[in-house]
Design a protein around this ligand. Structure first.
Ligand code: GRF
Length: 201
């Protein structure tokens, strides 16, 4: 059985999509061992409790990053987490956190990386004038929105789009992409060659 640890800061729609995918049998032999929010009032935390999941707040306000991260690592270890999924977790991870889970931390970002890393990716895409947008699930490394790409989903930017309408369509793709990426990683049937995520030969 695989144990997921999901880190959130907000609404948690990606977390809910992952939980639904597990319930629907799309991510086999997997359970959500713990949902952790760095903000106690994150709506996603309430959603996790409603589903009867182990949901904990580890407040980051007023804490040093490395110290806060150590507390999260301890909670993940306590719950025997073997894959960490960042789902709208709005904090950078300290190097110690990344080293504690080598190639075992995933993130989802609402752009086709390497375009538009950082905040407000959908607005960046609209303002840049790209005609294709999308989302990326990637392994987390020490650079922001940079690690090996596991899976991307693309969609057209419409002439009528603003950042809000585009984000609404991207998030639907995120929900599909994250569950599929987790299933692929947990299957273990992949190899990383350079920066490429490829099926195992
Ligand atoms: C998503 O757009 C995700 O790509 C980004 O933060 C947003 C989180 O949304 N990292 P939700 O909290 O999962 O609804």
């Amino acid at each position: 059985m695989h144990n997921l640890g999901i880190l959130i800061s907000g609404r948690g729609s990606n977390f809910v999509a992952i939980a639904d995918a597990i319930d629907a049998g799309k991510i086999p032999d997997t359970t959500i061992a713990v949902v952790i929010s760095n903000l106690a009032d994150a709506p996603g935390l309430a959603a996790a409790r409603q589903r009867g999941l182990n949901a904990v707040a580890i407040e980051s306000r007023g804490r040093k990053r490395a110290e806060h991260d150590q507390e999260i690592i301890a909670a993940l270890r306590e719950n025997q987490v073997d894959l960490v999924c960042l789902a709208g977790y709005m904090r950078l991870l300290s190097p110690g956190f990344i080293q504690a889970f080598p190639q075992r931390i995933l993130n989802i970002h609402p752009s086709l990386l390497p375009a538009f890393p950082g905040l407000d990716a959908q607005l960046q895409a609209v303002e840049y004038g790209v005609q294709i947008a999308g989302c990326t699930v990637h392994f987390v490394d020490e650079q922001l929105d940079h690690g090996v790409i596991v899976l991307q989903r693309a969609l057209p930017v419409l002439e009528t789009d603003d950042a809000h309408t585009l984000a609404a369509r991207i998030i639907e793709q995120e929900h599909l992409a994250y569950a599929e990426a987790i299933a692929r990683v947990l299957s273990g049937r992949y190899q990383i060659v350079g920066r490429r995520f490829l099926p195992k030969s």
